[in-house]
Write a protein that binds this ligand. Structure first.
Ligand SMILES: Cc1cc2nc3c(=O)[nH]c(=O)nc-3n(C[C@H](O)[C@H](O)[C@H](O)COP(=O)(O)O)c2cc1C
Length: 211
């Protein structure tokens, strides 16, 4: 088991926690989706409002590297990523769940992350804040969940780096990686109650106002 935890900081009184879970595996109700659902249950138990989306329900192209976002920090490609941008900007907790495919994060997750290039442009080309309303969403946090068939814990290293980059672009503090090796067949994670309990606890911690 491969776990990293984050530091915790206070949220101001009255701050409403919204926790967005993004299931990126094309295998609906597969291992990472089950882990994500448990984490969201934990966040809900802590009082957070939760939302689960399946990336496969959205139609979007990979980044075209057109540099269209260099001008205003907006993506000029009008597809379902526009809906996902709204969700990413409008939440204060993000849980990204992505399985390991071919030694890295699945292509669906990577395609979404490449499309957040508009936030990179906002930060580094336009030198503006990504989250403008800092009063409303003062401390954003992001957690990464993964599973792999292999028994090598290092299998997650590259993907965790990508997840950290994703959260950095979204101005969300990294809240840790919950990545499980040796989990392959669909639903195999159900035979690992300790993993389910662990992500539930991580979700609970993330969902608390003071997380
Ligand atoms: C196309 C594909 C490529 C995969 N490549 C790897 C790999 O390189 N290393 C590995 O450990 N597991 C690999 N796996 C196994 C998945 O990581 C594993 O089945 C995981 O539990 C899937 O999670 P999911 O049920 O959420 O999709 C691969 C699976 C698929 C479908």
């Amino acid at each position: 088991m491969h776990v990293k935890n984050s530091e915790v900081t206070e949220l101001p009184d009255g701050q409403k926690i919204h926790c967005l879970g993004i299931s990126t595996s094309p295998r609906r109700n597969g291992n990472t989706s089950i882990l994500l659902q448990r984490a969201l249950e934990g966040a809900s138990a802590a009082g957070a409002e939760t939302e689960l989306i399946y990336l496969n329900d959205y139609r979007f192209s990979p980044c075209l590297a057109c540099d269209g976002c260099f001008k205003e920090g907006r993506c000029v490609v009008k597809d379902d990523m526009q809906l996902i941008y709204e969700k990413l900007l409008g939440t204060n907790r993000i849980i990204l769940a992505a399985p390991i495919f071919s030694m890295g994060m699945c292509a669906q997750a990577k395609a979404m992350i490449d499309r957040t290039q508009r936030f990179w442009s906002t930060k580094y080309i336009l030198k503006r804040d990504v989250i403008v309303d800092k009063e409303k969403r003062p401390t954003r946090k992001g957690m990464f969940i993964s599973a792999a068939g292999s028994d090598r814990e290092s299998i997650f290293d590259g993907s965790e780096r990508v997840a950290k980059y994703f959260f950095l672009m979204l101005e969300a503090e990294y809240a840790g990686c919950y990545c499980y090796p040796s989990i392959d067949k669909k639903g195999a994670v159900l035979e690992h109650p300790e993993a389910l309990e662990e992500v539930h606890g991580a979700g609970f911690a993330l969902g608390r106002p003071q997380a």
